[in-house]
Design a protein around this ligand. Structure first.
Ligand code: GRF
Length: 197
């Protein structure tokens, strides 16, 4: 992103579902709390991802590149082409449920972010909130990190604690963590863009 200089950073957000973190980022950009940036595109690997409608409502270009019928390498090649075409500076994974190929990670190293609903390195992978409850954790939270070849193991950018309450269910804990995710992701993106300006 060094060559970006005075231009706005062009962000792509990859989703697979609900897209609430995508909405939080898009609204933070629009509201000015992530300054000097544009959400240039939202890409989904799922044609029915509810987040797509939310992106359209906000006037953001959307693109579906279905994972079905494509190998990971083919799928990622199409995504990379779409990112190049739009001169994307930063890729934010927001509930994107397909592991990236090494070509994708290599091509955008240090420029792909992910949000995960636990305090990494604790509880990587699926069902992080359920893992935390089953482990009897008293504190969980969320993490924004760079994406590398490891599963949820790339360098950590920001974390936020969320206490586990007595009687918490996966749903109640997930909801409280999600509220923090939305704030943390926007703060982390702002920080990363400032560092790379
Ligand atoms: C979030 O909990 C995020 O941390 C995880 O997947 C969930 C996506 O939710 N990676 P949403 O689609 O952003 O609402």
């Amino acid at each position: 992103m060094a060559e970006r200089s005075a231009q706005k950073a062009r962000i792509a957000i990859l989703i697979s579902g609900r897209g609430s973190n995508m909405i939080a980022l898009a609204d933070a950009v629009r509201g000015g709390s992530i300054p000097n940036a544009d959400v240039a595109i939202v890409i989904s690997d799922q044609p029915n991802a509810p987040g797509l409608e939310q992106a359209k409502k906000r006037g953001i270009e959307t693109l579906v590149i279905e994972r079905r019928g494509r190998t990971r390498a083919e799928h990622d090649r199409e995504i990379i082409a779409a990112l190049h075409e739009r001169r994307i500076d930063l890729v934010c994974l927001a509930g994107y449920m397909r592991v990236l190929s090494s070509d994708f990670i290599d091509g955008y190293r240090g420029r792909i972010l992910n949000i995960h609903p636990s305090l990494l390195p604790s509880f990587p992978g699926l069902n992080a909130q359920k893992q935390a409850l089953e482990e009897g954790a008293t504190v969980s939270g969320c993490t924004v990190h760079y994406v590398d070849e490891t599963l949820d193991g790339g360098p950590i950018i920001a974390q936020r604690d969320v206490p586990v309450r007595e009687g918490d269910t996966v749903e109640s804990l997930s909801a409280r963590i999600l509220a923090e995710e939305h704030k943390l992701y926007a703060e982390a993106v702002k920080q990363v863009l400032e560092e790379t300006e």
